[in-house]
Design a protein around this ligand. Structure first.
Ligand code: SF4
Length: 440
């Protein structure tokens, strides 16, 4: 694009489009805050931005396709904007994105963390300050636009190399934010008025292993509890082996941590788990879930399932279905297997017919929906606390809130309740997996 074209977009305005996980969303919020501190402002709805950053994802083939589409859309919708592409897809397949006409630069993860400074430095994307490998924000975020329950990334990278997963190639070795920085970030969020923070990472259970001296997630949770800055702290996904008895006990006893766990199972068949290079078997997973259930009977327990891995026979799929059916799991995230180039599983034999994969996904999603409904129904007539969100439900106009154990609740209430913990009584199941409730 010629520089003269750019002058038609308002100077020092930015837009960020984000795909993918909580970590990516946190990094976009971090980038936005850095840009704001440097004097940029977010473009208004419908306004072309000087710079449009697309923060991509590549966890599945579909995520990569959606990332390419987002980059093309950014170019098409605002031909005078400078389009920069970053994130996991940009890190692993920069050529795919550089080939899109109108994309000015493709920036990997290291460059992403100083993209704001580079833009300010010379108005371009290079040369700028040297890319740095420190993946954590230097100053804790104060605001997380559009979220009542902001994320805090405390860990990045993964050393596990499960056979199907592209993430370690995109994000590198496991690195942890030091405990004192985590506490500082929580205090900063509290000072900005937040009541709940979601701790997230690429491999959250590995938190602390790379620090000197080494720490553990259980130890960090004890520190967070002692500090007491944040009213509610929610944990995002934790691997089965890393969800220790200590962590479960902390959540059961403290009252500060949400009674909600998300655990990646992927398969309930031991042969498939081995081929996936997952370090547990179905019996171990079942024990973990039952440990949670015995300590915290009302815990929300979400599970990831990867359907159609190479070699997954009808019997293997049935093992997964039966295992989940038998456990007090409360919702499922179901993903079809997607071969990621460069991972061992991309070349495994025994690809499952796509129609069969679709059918298995349907069966699994139905099971997940039934489990979710049953869990919500068990709460009818009970009193629960919900954190009321800033944005009302778009269809009903009711206040929307989230319980500690991850039930979305709708309630008739005034704006003064927003961002407050509100005691409600669940009345009946509502639309789109919600529960309708009354203020107590
Ligand atoms: S633990 Fe396995 S699935 Fe999770 S990010 Fe690491 S390699 Fe990927």
């Amino acid at each position: 694009m010629k520089p003269s074209d750019r002058s038609q977009a308002p100077a020092r305005t930015f837009r960020i489009t984000t795909l993918g996980c909580k970590v990516n969303q946190f990094e976009s919020a971090d980038l936005a805050e850095r840009l704001r501190r440097l004097g940029w402002r977010p473009a208004a709805e419908g306004e072309a931005a000087e710079v449009h950053i697309v923060n991509t994802c590549t966890v599945t083939g579909r995520a990569s396709m959606q990332s390419r589409q987002a980059a093309r859309r950014a170019v098409r919708e605002a031909p005078h904007s400078r389009v920069l592409v970053t994130g996991c897809y940009a890190q692993t397949r920069p050529g795919d994105l550089a080939a899109i006409e109108g994309v000015e630069a493709v920036v990997g993860h290291e460059g992403k963390f100083c993209l704001a400074e580079r833009l300010v430095g010379d108005g371009g994307t290079s040369p700028g300050p040297e890319p740095h490998s420190e993946p954590f924000t230097e100053r804790p975020l104060e605001a997380f636009v559009d979220r009542t329950r902001p994320f805090l990334k405390i860990q990045d990278g993964c050393d596990a190399f499960c056979s199907y997963c592209i993430v370690p190639y995109a994000r590198g070795r496991s690195r942890s934010m030091p405990a004192e920085k985590v506490l500082e970030a929580l205090a900063r969020y509290r000072d900005s008025g937040y009541r709940e923070v979601v701790l997230c990472g690429i491999h959250l259970g590995a938190w602390g292993q790379d620090l000197a001296p080494a720490g553990s997630l259980a130890g960090l949770l004890a520190d967070i509890d002692r500090q007491g800055a944040m009213a509610r702290v929610r944990l995002s996904s934790i691997e089965p082996r890393e969800l220790t008895a200590e962590i479960i006990a902390r959540v059961a006893e403290s009252g500060r941590f949400c009674r909600h766990f998300h655990i990646p199972l992927q398969s309930g068949d031991d042969g498939i788990l081995q081929r996936m290079k997952r370090p547990y078997d179905a019996a171990f997973f079942a024990r973990r879930v039952m440990d949670i259930h015995h300590r915290i009977p009302d815990a929300g327990i979400g599970v990831d399932v990867l359907v159609g891995f190479p070699g997954e026979s009808d019997a293997a799929f049935e093992n997964t279905r039966r295992l989940i059916e038998s456990l007090p799991v409360t919702y499922l995230h179901v993903f079809p297997f997607s071969p990621r180039e460069g991972t061992p599983a991309a070349t495994f034999e025994g690809r499952v017919d796509p129609r069969r994969v679709r059918e298995r996904c349907r069966v699994m999603r139905e099971l997940g929906a039934a489990k979710r409904r049953a869990f919500h129904r068990r709460h009818i007539g009970r009193e629960v606390d919900m954190l009321a969100e800033a944005r009302r439900d778009a269809t009903s106009g009711l206040l929307k809130g989230m319980t500690s154990n991850y039930i979305p609740v709708l309630v008739d209430g005034g704006d003064e309740l927003k961002n407050r913990l509100v005691r409600v009584r669940c009345r009946r199941l509502g639309p789109s997996d919600t529960v309708l409730a009354d203020i107590v």
